[in-house]
Design a protein around this ligand. Structure first.
Ligand SMILES: Nc1ncnc2c1ncn2[C@@H]1O[C@H](COP(=O)(O)OP(=O)(O)OP(=O)(O)O)[C@@H](O)[C@H]1O
Ligand SMILES: [Mg+2]
Length: 223
């Protein structure tokens, strides 16, 4: 589904201290399943997610999604991919402060309000929020609860690809494990990409890609 061809991303091209965040990455990802991306801080994991989801454009090389290059696609197609095919959980979960957990989850959907609310509640409960937390605003939720709202929000449109950047960073081990179990289940009929520093949370991944200083240093399949 995703194919990287010498994918290269350089930040600050015009400056003396250019940063090679991705160096000629060649990689193929499966259509479905859980893929873990692991590597130290600054190794290029978020950049990899941004470029493959069209949020950032490669400097050189190509990334194909279902056989089609996503590097030079037009704005309409890019918008279609982001809105209808991809779901995002960002490293910092950007929830709307004055909206409840349910309303934050509903935010990006195009279905009817009552239907979406029902679905949002179901997803939030499945990911471990309690009934009494559903109508709280982010300020009244813990970091881990907010993180789970962001995950439920990313699931609202039934994306074909779910990108999750450090989705368990604010969770204790037990809750991280529960969230990963849910994401693993969710990956049965779609691609779920989880970025993490913590190898223990992606031990059940179908594929583990190790990133080191902008390069893929190792790929383990069916790990
Ligand atoms: N907007 C930017 N402008 C310039 N350099 C950047 C930018 N974003 C990231 N970088 C640099 O690119 C490299 C890769 O960054 P990236 O955020 O992809 O790493 P990461 O693996 O996600 O790190 P972390 O685990 O800390 O989130 C780093 O050296 C970083 O300093
Ligand atoms: Mg990152």
């Amino acid at each position: 589904m995703f194919e990287f061809k010498d994918a290269t991303m350089i930040y600050d091209m015009d400056k003396d201290d250019m940063v090679y965040a991705m160096k000629k990455i060649n990689l193929k990802l499966p259509d479905t399943g859980l893929v873990g991306i692991i590597g130290p801080s600054g190794s290029g994991k978020s950049t990899l997610m941004y470029t493959m989801s069209t949020l950032k454009k490669l400097t050189e090389g190509d990334i194909l999604y279902n056989g089609v290059s996503i590097v030079d696609i037009n704005d309409n197609k890019r918008q279609h991919l982001r809105r209808d095919e991809f779901g995002f959980v960002f490293q910092r979960h950007y929830l709307v402060p004055y909206m409840t957990a349910v309303d934050n989850a509903v935010l990006a959907t195009n279905a009817s309000v009552s239907e979406s609310k029902k679905k949002a509640k179901k997803l939030l409960l499945e990911i471990g929020l309690k009934e009494k937390e559903l109508n709280k605003r982010p300020a009244k939720l813990s970091g881990g609860q907010r993180q789970r709202v962001a995950i439920a929000r990313a699931m609202m449109n039934d994306p074909k690809v779910l990108f999750a950047d450090e989705p368990t960073a604010s969770l204790d081990h037990e809750n991280a494990f529960l969230v990963m179990k849910r994401l693993k289940e969710y990956s049965k009929d779609r691609l779920v990409i989880v970025i993490t520093h913590d190898i223990s949370i992606i031990k059940d991944a179908n594929m583990i890609v190790e990133i080191w200083d902008g390069e893929v240093s190792n790929v383990k399949e069916n790990a």
